[in-house]
Design a protein around this ligand. Sequence first.
Ligand code: ADP
Length: 278
Amino acid sequence: MPVLSTISHEKNELSHFRVDYLTLNVRSFNNSSIDSSAKGRLFNSTTIDSSSMAVDDISNSPNEKFLLILGKPGGGKGTISKKILKDFPDTEHISTGDILRQHVRNKTELGKEAKAYMDRGDLVPDEVMISLVLEDSMTAIKSGKHILLDGFPRTIEQAVALDENIDVEVVVDLNIPTDTIVERIADRWIHPASGRVYNYSYNPPLHHGKDDESGEDLVQRDDDKPETVRKRLDAYDKVTSPLIQYYEKKGVLKTFSGTMSDKIYPEVEKWLKDMGLN
Ligand code: ADP
């Protein structure tokens, strides 16, 4: 598959992680510079080649947590994530939407292929996303920080792949009414070169239609156009919302409902502290 081979070429620094589809090759992982506490977050009894790794190496329980944030497109995942990063600075943020948009901006092979799906409001295929996220998560895990994964998983297949390799401990589920989201997305404009995001209602640019730093024009994301937004919301209901039950059953998820991120966030913060995040 062309996209997958592209990823490994573009990420030369990751070449010692051979991330097969759904399978982390822990032999190379073990040889890497990941510290043992970071390894504790990775657990996999079925796909890991344990011949090269003592069981103790992967069974200790570190303080760093692996968090997910779930919620409808345009439902404030980015805003809440930013607040989490500010209050819990030992946290690394991985946003699949941001990573994909960066590939699109840089016109990489992956970006060219992903753009077609994104512009239509479709999901990028699972095998592409799984490789991308597992590779990036491995790098972030090396940092020894908490990890906040935003925008992944979006399908049960992605959740299962993640589960087979990483111990997800905390899932923040944002439940925002669809009408609020449709209004909000219409107000969202971006600066394409930097990815900076503005919202005319609650985070407006200093000058209408212009980026604060460069003064360049703001545009609407192709996938923020009303018809595409409806398609993304439908896809969320059909394909992504079953993940709520999936993580509820595991006892790691809490749902936060409301329309304003500022009102929701203090609840999220309190729960994260209760869950041991610091
Ligand atoms: P939003 O949460 O507002 O939909 P994102 O920035 O998270 O936006 O994602 C933008 C687009 O990137 C999605 O509509 C989809 O096409 C693609 N994408 C992001 N994450 C995934 C994923 N986990 N699986 C498949 N496609 C994804």
